[in-house]
Write a protein that binds this ligand. Structure first.
Ligand code: DSN
Length: 436
């Protein structure tokens, strides 16, 4: 594999071991299908900023209020990232320092709540995130989480959507200080309006965790929670297609509390190289092509869902409105677990993750479902026709999962498909990645 992993590959040659591993990973990303719903292929500009000399600088504090000298340029970088974020999302204030979505959520809780306060958020096993009060997360040790879920599945496929009656009933009964919307495994639009109404009815604050749909919101494919929710958290590396990291958008009157909660409340020195890459990504997401990209992501997820249903899988909630779908494997094969499916697909060059489906009888380590996403391969330029091919390859691999020859044949076809849609063709020479 000769494609360089970063524009600085020649410098990295000084460390042949790391260099070789990066080259292997470029090959893996380029020759296998990337269907993990929380992943994407960033632009070379994002890669370059992430790999820049800004990594050398300590910049505790905020622009023009730092605890270290030498931050003239860094201040401009962070100001640029903040102003691009507020312009992109129409927000009054942006904090671009959270190292991850989890940190963004923790900072918001720290800014808005006292220990022991009640928070109403989505059940982990119905699609919520660990930081929405999972027993395994520190969030549940500091604050009291109460969980809402989705409606039961129906034969017509109309269920498994957020149960707003339950949200309203729980809000009335539990009187939460904060209501959280957002998920990691939910394939429908999350309308912020009913959450706002419920929050107002009980005097709660409202946080929208847009980690997954941030890019769909920026691209106009989903309704924006900005201006509806009091605070919006997001990650920059999923549908937004930026570097790995988080950000917080909020009303101006909450800016000071949010900023103090991130630093010094939760984090030390900000990752200014990543903040520069966030600025690049916010700039890219403001371009008209990004709107077309967001629409294509949704169209591709829908095409994949329809083709998988035709293969005999059940798509949770009957379809998708976003970049992901949850597949219930049981109608395809009652004995096939998510774990076994993920491992067989890995062998066939199809990368995805097992996931619980609502009310899954199997454990989160085993599961009855898979979560698939379209954001990365849409960046690589695939369209609905390729999604139909992908569904057929998944069906063949899982039907023949016990047969090495079948998995090998699917792996070859996956390689041929990926070769037609290289995510980093020309990286290091012309530096153009992916389609918009
Ligand atoms: N791990 C992320 C995801 O895959 O959705 C959420 O943190």
């Amino acid at each position: 594999m000769t494609v360089p992993a970063t524009p600085f590959a020649a410098w990295l040659a000084a460390d042949p071991e790391v260099s070789a591993l990066l080259a292997e990973e470029v090959e893996r990303q380029s020759t296998t299908l990337q269907l993990i719903a929380s992943e994407n292929f960033t632009s070379p500009a994002v890669l370059a900023a992430t790999g820049s000399v800004l990594t050398n600088k300590y910049a505790e504090g905020y622009p023009h209020r730092r605890y270290y000298g030498g931050n003239r340029v860094i201040d401009e970088v962070e100001d640029l990232a903040r102003s691009r974020a507020t312009a992109l999302f129409g927000a009054e204030h942006a904090n671009v320092q959270p190292h991850a979505g989890a940190n963004a959520n923790l900072a918001v809780y720290q800014a808005l709540l006292q220990p022991g306060d009640t928070v109403l958020a989505m059940r982990l096993d119905h699609g919520g995130h660990l930081t929405h009060g999972s027993p395994a997360s520190i969030t549940s040790k500091i604050w009291r989480f109460v969980a809402y879920g989705v409606t039961p599945a129906t034969a017509e496929g109309t269920g498994e959507v957020i149960d707003f009656d339950q949200v309203a009933d729980l809000a009335k009964r539990e009187q939460p200080k904060l209501i959280v919307a957002g998920s990691t495994a939910y394939s429908r639009v999350i309308d912020p309006a009913p959450f706002r109404e419920i929050a107002d009815a009980v005097g709660a604050l409202f946080m929208f965790d847009a980690a997954h749909p941030a890019g769909l919101i920026a691209g106009g494919a989903h309704p924006s929670p900005v201006g509806v929710a009091d605070v919006v958290t997001l990650t920059t590396h999923k549908t937004l297609r930026g570097p790995r990291g988080g950000a917080i958008l909020c009303r101006g009157d909450l800016a000071k509390a949010i900023d103090s909660a991130v630093f010094p409340g939760l984090q030390g020195g900000p990752l200014e190289h990543v903040i520069a890459a966030k600025a690049v990504a916010f700039g890219e997401a403001a371009a008209p092509e990004f709107g077309r990209y967001a629409a294509a992501v949704v169209a591709n997820a829908r095409a994949l869902a329809a083709a998988l249903a035709a293969e005999g899988f059940r798509v949770v909630s009957g379809g998708t409105d976003n970049h992901m779908l949850l597949v219930d494997l049981r109608p395809f094969d009652p004995d096939l677990t998510g774990k076994e499916a993920q491992e067989a697909l890995d062998q066939a060059g199809i990368t995805c993750n097992r996931n619980t489906i609502p009310d899954d009888p199997r454990s989160p380590f085993v599961t009855s479902g898979l979560r698939l996403g379209s954001a990365a391969e849409t960046t690589a330029g695939m369209g609905p026709d390729e999604m139909a091919q992908v569904a057929a390859l998944i069906g063949r691999a899982l039907t023949g999962r016990a047969d090495e020859a079948v998995l090998g044949a699917v792996r070859s076809e996956v390689g041929a498909l990926c070769a037609a849609f290289p995510p980093y063709a020309g990286l290091g020479s012309q530096g153009s990645a992916g389609a918009g």
